[in-house]
Design a protein around this ligand. Structure first.
Ligand SMILES: Nc1ncnc2c1ncn2[C@@H]1O[C@H](COP(=O)(O)OP(=O)(O)OP(=O)(O)O)[C@@H](O)[C@H]1O
Ligand SMILES: [Mg+2]
Length: 312
């Protein structure tokens, strides 16, 4: 892993991609000011809720690009602003489940039991402690075998879609699916079950490598299994404003994907990487940190895009 740069650095405005130049220093007062701004959400209480449940897969077969971090923090932000959100952890590593403080003991039921043993999603979803309107269907290590077990099952690509159909998704505004770093059957299940794909791209060398394969897979699923599928959102993650490389990668991604790329750049921030070890999102762990503020802005963009239809 590349080294994390601390939030304790002097000029966080560089980390944030200049969105918060008005609060340039990472002093306790600046932090408190950002916390106040983030809590108030610039004066808004709730964000718009979509007319029907938006199902979004967070996918990139490249490992460590920020899929889980993005899923968790966007889910928490949306829930904090009046949306009802379900996170489905589809990665056997279970990182999203850990970050959301899910119980995952030896006999825990998980998304595995839904995919392979037809258990109801409703029975598997657990409320996320401390966040109203947020639930998570956790992953357990059983899921590691699911790629193979699914192969012999009927309608193996659409098990998750079927589970969503059985769940009354009118009760939800968003379902966010945290995909594993592969393009296997689990990711295919996510893409068959959703309408939108959100791709986090890490602002570093090789960022675009392998993306062609992901885009081809999306096209394949769209043409054969899910005509409603579209790449709706690209999020630039772990942006380090001190390097020219990061801004070059960001420019290149924007040239390629245009308006699909969120305006908000998520900065590299040590607070973001610390939060999961406390079973928390950075939104609750340190709401005033640059990472939390950026994820809140990114989530706001996503929520308002639902209204305007941009990128959908
Ligand atoms: N903005 C950020 N600043 C600092 N560290 C970050 C940031 N985003 C993610 N990280 C850290 O980078 C690592 C990889 O992030 P994450 O787990 O979200 O990626 P992933 O794409 O889900 O990985 P995998 O492919 O293994 O599932 C984690 O240790 C995470 O805490
Ligand atoms: Mg992950």
């Amino acid at each position: 892993m590349p080294e994390n740069h601390s939030d304790g650095g002097i000029d966080v405005s560089r980390e944030t991609g200049a969105d918060y130049d008005d609060i340039p220093l990472d002093t306790p007062i600046a932090r408190a000011a950002r916390a106040a701004m983030s809590v108030r959400g610039h004066g808004e209480e709730d964000w718009p809720r979509p007319r029907s449940c938006r199902v979004i897969s967070v996918a990139n077969q490249k490992g460590g690009v920020g899929k889980t971090t993005t899923t968790v923090n966007i889910a928490v932000s949306l829930a904090m602003h009046g949306n009802r959100v379900l996170v489905v952890d589809l990665d056997p590593q279970g990182n999203a489940s850990t970050a959301l403080g899910m119980e995952r003991g030896g006999n825990s039921r998980s998304i595995y039991h839904c995919l392979v043993e037809d258990e109801e999603l409703r029975d598997l979803a657990q409320p996320v402690p401390g966040i109203d309107g947020l639930w998570c269907v956790p992953a357990t290590i059983d899921l590691a075998g699911a790629e193979i077990e699914l192969v012999s099952l009927v309608a193996r690509e659409s098990r998750l879609k079927r589970a969503f159909a059985a769940y009354d998704t009118d009760e939800l505004d968003y379902i966010l699916i945290d995909c594993p770093p592969s393009l296997g059957l689990l990711t295919v299940n996510a893409m068959v079950a959703c309408q939108e794909v959100l791709i986090p791209i890490q602002c570093e060398y090789y960022a675009l490598e392998g993306l062609g394969q992901l885009l081809r897979n999306v096209d394949l699923v769209k043409s054969h299994l899910n005509p409603a599928l579209a790449i709706s959102t690209i999020v630039l993650t772990m942006y380090d404003g001190r390097t020219r490389l990061a801004s070059q990668v960001a420019d290149e991604v924007r040239q390629h994907f245009g308006d699909l790329v969120l305006k908000t750049l998520v900065p590299r921030s040590v607070r973001v990487s610390e939060a999961p070890s406390y079973g928390q999102s950075v939104m609750t762990y340190d709401p005033g940190s640059t990472g939390a503020v950026a994820y809140m802005e990114a989530s706001r963009e996503i929520a308002y895009r639902a209204e305007t239809g941009t990128g959908l």
